[in-house]
Design a protein. Structure first.
Length: 131
């Protein structure tokens, strides 16, 4: 019997390196991948976390760790602490707990959603032209 593994519907990575920029969670790929409900909506539904979602950059950068998923046409998101390069900066544990709670709620909502994450038209164009 041949057993095929199910195809991933979304690649999500978390990078807590870099200095935090306020009480926010940055997400790359939101202009290229459509997820319902949106991460911004999930953050608003959980005001107790005190976090805002910030739309980051592109997920189709050839030097990105996600490029293998992009080349396979698997939607991807990168969640990270902020833009300030500060690899030696200690992460505030209470902030990290709030990030993880928000991520839990985001993944829970995505798992229960009727629609799967999908490339936007801009994302499809970038996937087709990525090296």
């Amino acid at each position: 019997l041949s057993h095929q593994r199910p195809r991933p519907v979304l690649n999500v990575s978390l990078d807590l390196r870099g200095g935090p920029v306020g009480d926010s969670l940055w997400i790359d790929g939101l202009e290229e991948v459509e997820v319902e409900p949106s991460p911004e909506w999930v953050a608003l539904e959980h005001p107790e976390l005190g976090l805002a979602v910030v739309r980051g950059g592109s997920i189709t950068n050839p030097s990105s760790g996600h490029i293998a998923f992009v080349r396979d046409a698997i939607p991807a998101l990168r969640l990270y602490a902020g833009r300030t390069p500060a690899p030696d900066q200690a992460i505030d544990p209470s902030r990290a707990v709030r990030w993880f709670r928000l991520i839990f709620h985001m993944v829970d909502e995505l798992a229960r959603a009727e629609s799967k994450p999908a490339w936007t038209s801009a994302g499809r164009r970038r996937v087709m032209t990525s090296p």
